[in-house]
Design a protein around this ligand. Structure first.
Ligand SMILES: Cc1cc2nc3c(=O)[nH]c(=O)nc-3n(C[C@H](O)[C@H](O)[C@H](O)COP(=O)(O)O)c2cc1C
Length: 371
């Protein structure tokens, strides 16, 4: 019997508390469909549909830790408080009933928070140096006490995730939000132990990872999402060379990350000259830890193409062969799929069944609904 052409994607995967039926994850996507910061039954159904259609791992939309400045947008679900956590419990149970696994993406937006945003509109953005991007001030430069509060908030959220039955956690360290604002020289101009060298800029994340590990124990899977690109500057890079990337990742790996989720806009683009490896491939090679790739899987346009989240692209199965080839070569262990799964909950099932002609094309309308 010949193997299914997607077999490399359909192999199970295990890492501590994660026991996935296949290698396909739903990428974290903010949906702003949680009035009062509480995920409701519509949100439950939205995640359940993806799990029912075979997605191995759901990574939830970014959900904010219990710090007064964590939130940056209305109707984004919180990950603290009885009502929000009760909503998340229903999501977890629904995904498990459908045979999937699920981890929350724990989020603090940092200087992306604007004046007037709830839950307390008087609370300013909190960030390493009060900078949204180089030269653009927004909000408050965090004190050591603020840093300790946020570290504790991540640990508390992770403990809640474990108590609710989630299968691990993802820490959002990407895309120019708080943790990435510490990583990035452009927004971190501190002259204490949290700024300056790469090691110092990574210290905040390291403390969060260690605190989360202490809260959840050895066997609960910790995923760290990071990116070179920032919403403030798509060309920004944390590491210009593999050596710099190794120096960046080593302390984070040592602190307790189990899986690195290397966020790129196009999974097939080599990260450094002289090798085909993408960012996830390099991450796996340099740390020896499992890595997840992401970026325009199943789409023929780039994420954020033209600054509009690639709206209007066509969700054709283009590039799947290349993804399968790289997965088969163990360049990375997992793949996250964003917009293709947002538009069509059955995207994976249709691909597996050879019904790719039935896959719904990506449209702007899909961004506006919880289909
Ligand atoms: C509507 C939308 C919301 C997103 N929200 C988040 C988020 O909350 N956290 C995050 O890390 N990335 C977020 N992203 C980025 C996605 O996780 C993913 O990296 C990106 O869409 C590229 O994957 P794709 O090309 O498969 O869509 C979002 C993307 C979209 C389209």
């Amino acid at each position: 019997m010949t193997a299914h052409p997607l077999e490399p994607l359909l192999r199970p995967f295990e890492c501590k508390s994660l026991r996935l039926r296949n290698r396909v994850a739903m990428a974290p996507m903010t949906r702003t469909f949680s009035p009062g910061y509480v995920p409701n039954d519509e949100v439950v159904g939205y995640y359940r549909r993806r799990a029912e259609a075979g997605v191995g791992l759901i990574i939830t939309e970014g959900t904010t830790v219990g710090h007064k400045a964590a939130n940056g947008y209305e109707r984004v679900p919180a990950f603290h408080g009885d009502a929000a956590l009760a909503g998340w419990k229903k999501v977890v149970d629904a995904v498990h009933e459908a045979g999937g696994q699920i981890i929350p993406q724990l989020w603090h937006v940092g200087a992306v928070r604007k004046p007037g945003i709830g839950p307390d509109p008087d609370v300013p953005g909190h960030s390493p140096s009060g900078l949204f991007r180089p030269g653009k001030e927004n909000g408050h430069a965090m004190t050591r006490e603020d840093i300790a509060d946020v570290v504790a908030a991540f640990a508390e959220a992770a403990a809640q995730a474990q108590a609710l039955g989630f299968d691990g956690v993802e820490i959002h360290g990407a895309h120019g939000y708080l943790i990435d604002q510490f990583f990035w020289e452009g927004t971190n101009q501190r002259d204490d132990e949290y700024g300056g060298s790469m090691t110092n800029r990574g210290r905040f994340a390291e403390e969060i990872i260690r605190a989360v590990r202490a809260a959840v124990g050895e066997d609960f899977t910790i995923v760290l999402r990071y990116s070179q690109w920032k919403q403030q500057d798509y060309e920004a890079r944390l590491a210009q060379t593999p050596e710099e990337l190794a120096a960046f990742l080593a302390p984070l790996s040592e602190a307790g990350v189990d899986i690195f989720h290397a966020s790129t806009r196009r999974f097939w683009v080599p990260e450094f000259e002289g090798s085909d490896l993408n960012l996830a491939g390099w991450t796996r090679k340099l740390t020896g830890k499992p890595a997840m790739t992401v970026g325009s899987v199943g789409l023929d346009d780039d994420f954020l193409n033209g600054g509009k989240m690639g709206m209007g692209g066509d969700a054709s199965p283009q590039g799947i062969d290349e993804l399968v080839r790289r997965m088969a070569a163990d360049e990375f262990d997992l793949v996250a799929v964003g917009r293709a799964l947002l538009v069509d909950p059955q995207w994976l099932q249709k691909l597996v069944d050879g019904r790719s002609d039935e896959i719904k094309p990506f449209t702007k309308a899909a961004l506006m609904s919880l289909s």
